[in-house]
Design a protein around this ligand. Structure first.
Ligand SMILES: [Zn+2]
Length: 261
């Protein structure tokens, strides 16, 4: 956490296990320090998790991985576990993807929220376009799960996922919040790709294709709508994180600064 303080952060996002393999998290030795820190902590589920997959083995592993990550996140005092909304890998319709989501989430038991993140790529991806995001949240809320649900909005994923963001970034964020019932966490990243490109390549703010005006419109809209925390997932070399965090703070009027930490 020394690291978080050095770059001026007061929110941290942890990977509790290796992000690109199926492995249970080890218990963190600093769980108590994290719980006590004046930091807002969130955790990110492994990237292999795909609740919409056609493969039952992947879905079963996803359920297990989410449960153990939620358990360790609770021990660390994290507010939520972020999971990508996934895609119908291996085939199927959007209806199939939504039904698989319910099946994966049904066994989960936690007081820590599952924060579903919008995604940039894929043709049958329930987190990519607004109408599908709205259906995913409505379907999961109707399923009356034993885990609280929330939403994570990633600026890069929205931009690269849907060209609508380029013409009306503030309206897009507001429509997303409407579809999900609010934004619980903001991931602030620039994109190396054009709007609608369908690729997920983050970069430091102002060095990608989004333009600072679009990023500012998204961040200030999310803050105005009460989003409680923001995180950067950009390259950290050459002070990149500190610069990105300082830029986000410069966009927020003083009263909102307490809201987006
Ligand atoms: Zn993200």
């Amino acid at each position: 956490m020394g690291c978080a303080e050095e770059v001026g952060a007061d929110v941290v996002q942890l990977h509790l296990s290796a992000p690109r393999v199926w492995r249970d998290p080890k218990q963190r030795a600093d769980a108590e320090a994290l719980r006590d820190a004046a930091l807002v902590v969130s955790a990110h589920a492994p990237y292999l998790c795909n609740p919409a997959s056609a493969d039952p083995v992947v879905r079963e592993r996803t359920t297990r991985s989410l449960q153990v990550t939620l358990d360790e996140a609770a021990r660390c005092g994290a507010r939520g576990v972020v999971v990508h909304a996934g895609h119908a890998a291996g085939g199927g319709t959007m209806d199939d993807a939504l039904a698989r989501w319910v099946e994966v989430a049904r066994p989960l038991r936690s007081d820590v929220a599952l924060l579903i993140e919008n995604t940039a790529a894929g043709t049958t991806a329930p987190g990519r376009h607004l109408q599908d995001i709205a259906r995913l949240f409505a379907t999961l809320r109707d399923a009356d799960l034993d885990v609280p649900l929330g939403a994570c909005f990633d600026t890069c994923h929205a931009w690269a996922g849907d060209p609508l963001t380029a013409t009306n970034p503030a309206g897009y964020v507001a429509a997303f919040a409407e579809a999900t019932g609010g934004i619980d966490l903001l991931h602030v990243n620039d994109s190396k790709d054009e709007a609608g490109a369908g690729r997920d390549r983050h970069t430091n703010l102002g060095t990608g294709r989004m333009g600072l005006d679009v990023l500012e419109a998204m961040v200030t809209t999310a803050a105005r709508l009460g989003t409680p925390a923001a995180i950067v997932e950009t390259p950290s070399d050459d002070g990149g994180h500190a610069d990105d965090i300082a830029r986000i703070r410069s966009w927020l009027p003083a009263p909102d600064r307490a809201a987006v930490r």
